[in-house]
Design a protein around this ligand. Structure first.
Ligand code: PLP
Length: 392
């Protein structure tokens, strides 16, 4: 009982019934164990909102949600919701251990997108970023917002990043260039830059040029010629590697990402981070790093579904860019924008246009049900048009 004559438990229940709007029990942290709360949180997934009914294949998210281990850690961390000086589960130390680097090499942020912005602000205000197009374009738009600019280069004919052109352009514009951006694997194509090509790039540009290597989709890659660029940080090169908990770890809505870089580069970036990450997600991040089995499972089911969807589309006569990620691009052979609108009418959200690839549709790999809905919608939207175009 509190001094006001009402127990905490009774207060929560009373508030819920007074509000009269809750169709399912609220997450009553005082009434049940973290395990039970986490289980109930997972179970109460049925649609409560129109958003829940959509097949969400437009943001390369993880459709399965965080595993039990992560939900449990986050639920327990709610006890720090009212504190500033909360213990953070040792998230920076865990990340450092995970990569074999020191804590001074780690910079946390509210999503890796925040790090991308911070790199733009720290290194390219009134300067330029060099990268390919299409890529993760928010890097270029952020640099523009800090009075910088972007020098973007086309992809090769097989949709890969042209390392030779990146080197030549960086050298040619050396004085104006603030950093080079390499999204690896690249979003939206899903194609990788090999370890040998990363080395070629780093060895080919002036040695003091910062290179931002965005490894948001690292965990989905199978190709053995691919590898992380973290070892270059240990060599002391001006490389900033970014990682996110939004994809394989399914914490996109919770916002957690980080950079691995030399202490010198981190010192230049740190003044620009918000340093405002919630206690709950820090504890979730620690649990996610430890739950390698859950991540291996997500990778397996995702790649199986991607391969199945790719084979189905190819059997219908559409070519798909070989992807190493949890999304892929299919060539529609017609402008993508109206097709995206058609999918939306059928409750299937698929990727936005990525100029200049105006006929390629980016599709995130959802869960089995979402992929079935995508396949059905694709047939309905695309097959009459293809038959009409071929005269049949
Ligand atoms: N980098 C790439 C290539 C992405 O595709 C995304 C998100 O889709 C991000 C970074 C940002 O992710 P977040 O801010 O959720 O870590």
């Amino acid at each position: 009982m509190s001094k006001y004559g009402i127990s905490r438990r009774g207060f929560v229940a009373g508030m819920a019934s007074a509000a009269g709007v809750l169709t399912t029990r609220p997450l009553d942290l005082f009434a049940e164990s973290p395990e039970a709360a986490a289980r109930r949180l997972r179970e109460r997934r049925p649609a409560e909102d129109p958003y829940d009914l959509l097949a969400k294949l437009s943001f390369n998210e993880n459709p399965y949600g965080p595993p039990e281990s992560v939900l449990k850690a986050m639920t327990t961390a709610f006890k720090y919701a009212n504190r500033y000086g909360y213990p953070d589960g040792g998230i920076t130390e865990e990340i450092a251990k995970h990569h074999g680097v020191k804590t001074e090499n780690v910079l946390l942020a509210a999503g890796s997108g925040e790090i991308l912005d911070v790199v733009g602000t720290a290194f390219a205000s009134e300067k330029k970023v060099v990268g390919v197009e299409p890529s993760y374009g928010f890097v270029y738009s952020h640099v523009a917002s800090v009075k910088g600019g972007a020098i973007t280069l086309p992809l090769t004919s097989d949709y890969r990043q042209d390392i030779g052109a990146l080197i030549n352009t960086t050298k040619r514009h050396y004085r104006d260039v603030g950093f080079v951006y390499l999204c690896n694997p690249n979003n939206p194509t899903g194609r990788i830059v090999t370890k040998a090509e990363v080395k070629q790039l780093l060895d080919g540009i002036p040695e003091d040029m910062p290179v931002l290597i965005d490894e948001a989709y690292f965990h989905f890659v199978e190709d053995p010629s691919y590898g992380t660029a973290v070892p270059y940080v240990l060599e002391g090169r001006p490389v900033i590697v970014t990682r996110t908990f939004s994809k394989i770890a399914a914490l996109a809505g919770m916002r957690l990402g980080y950079a691995i870089a030399t202490p010198d580069l981190i010192a230049q970036m740190r003044p620009f981070v918000s340093d405002s990450i919630s206690a709950v997600v820090k504890w979730g991040g620690v649990a996610a790093l430890k739950d390698t089995a859950a991540q291996a499972h997500v990778k397996q089911v995702t790649l199986d579904l991607r391969k199945k969807a790719t084979a189905d589309l190819q059997s219908l006569g559409f070519s798909v860019i070989p992807s190493e990620t949890n999304f892929f691009m299919v060539d529609l052979k017609r402008p993508v924008k109206p097709v995206i609108a058609e999918f939306e009418k059928k409750g299937v959200l698929v990727g936005r246009p990525f100029p200049p690839m105006d006929q390629h549709l980016r599709v995130s790999v959802g869960n089995p049900d979402e992929m079935k809905r995508f396949a059905a919608a694709f047939r309905e939207i695309m097959l009459p048009a293809t038959k009409a175009a071929s005269g049949s």
